[in-house]
Ligand binder design. Structure first.
Ligand SMILES: [Zn+2]
Length: 323
């Protein structure tokens, strides 16, 4: 898939923002999006839309960009419907491998949407198979959103990024908070003198394991993306097929920029770093460096922070809704 390079550099105000800090992230959005934010809010006072999210993903984790966007748009208009969640809520099943017939899934989604009332909607997990792609063309009629704009949101996440997210993820045995050794270590990093490995202990202030519980990685995660190879393949096919659909606008978001060209499109602080650790005992040093990986075409690339996905997504949605 050949996604365009969204240029956030040309939206620069010359400042640098720490995108891991919520307050600075807010300033960043305002700096990069300016009046577009109010224009979309104003639009949403009297109108809604339906956006279908499509991405290769780690089950249930692929939509952080959507969630981040939603939490950013005025709460009042928030709507987020995932096919998995709708089905789970209504059938009370926890196994997401269960295959639900398309007709049933559409009915369940419709019920869930009726329940939350008319709002701007992001639909995640539909279409989820090739035969459902054509349903998405008529879905807004089914849910009485006939006059609202609808569009696809494609998020192109390189498989190496998915691999890193799986390999690096660790979980608190007590509160189940998850972190990532490579991208999000939290406050407490420790060194295991026996194995020579670095590990995290819980920094969730309300967790009984605060500053004690050692995060662990789930069995199977060491295999990285291989554990979900089938899913990645079918998600990829689904995206390719949906890309070919005519008549519905498409929001295209890329997660990687070739190292050689990145400086033309993105700012340094928008590049997602990885964490490195040095030292032992009380003298552990936590450092970051730009993360360079091969994209799906084998090109050395950088990835961007979720906040930068949001800028790209918001700008494109603004264009569809407001013009
Ligand atoms: Zn915990």
């Amino acid at each position: 898939m050949n996604f365009p390079y969204f240029n956030t550099k040309e939206l620069s105000d010359g400042r640098t923002y720490n995108l891991t800090d919520p307050a600075e992230r807010l300033q960043y959005f305002h700096a990069k999006l300016g009046s577009k934010i109010d224009e979309v809010k104003e639009y949403l006072e009297h109108n809604s839309f339906v956006g279908y999210m499509l991405a290769k993903k780690i089950a249930g984790k692929g939509t952080y960009a959507g969630k981040e966007l939603l939490s950013y748009i005025d709460k009042h208009y928030r709507g987020y419907i995932s096919a998995e969640e709708a089905i789970k809520a209504l059938l009370n099943r926890s196994n997401d491998r269960v295959s639900v017939p398309s007709e049933l899934m559409l009915t369940l989604l419709k019920r869930e949407i009726d329940r939350v009332g008319k709002k701007a909607l992001f639909v995640d997990g539909m279409p989820r198979s090739l035969d459902q792609i054509s349903y998405s063309l008529y879905f807004r009629d089914l849910i009485n959103y006939r006059n609202d704009p609808d569009f696809f949101i494609f998020i192109d996440v390189a498989e190496e990024i998915i691999d890193m997210r799986i390999r690096g993820r660790v979980v608190c045995p007590v509160c189940k908070t998850s972190k990532n050794m490579l991208t999000n270590p939290g406050k407490f990093v420790r060194h295991d003198t026996e194995t020579g490995e670095y590990y995290l202990v819980c920094d969730n202030a309300v967790c009984p394991g605060y500053e004690k519980a050692r995060y662990y990685s789930k069995e199977g995660d060491v295999a990285g993306k291989d554990t979900i190879a089938e899913r990645l393949k079918s998600d990829g096919e689904l995206m390719e097929m949906s890309m070919g659909l005519q008549g519905m606008p498409k929001v295209l978001i890329r997660s990687s920029y070739p190292v050689d060209e990145a400086s033309e499109y993105i700012e340094d602080y928008e590049i997602q770093p990885v964490f490195k650790y040095k030292g032992t005992g009380d003298n552990i040093e936590v450092m970051t460096e730009p993360w360079i990986f091969k994209d799906d075409e084998g090109v050395d690339s950088y990835s961007i922070y979720a906040a930068t996905y949001v800028v790209s997504m918001f700008s494109q949605i603004h264009k569809i809704l407001v013009g």
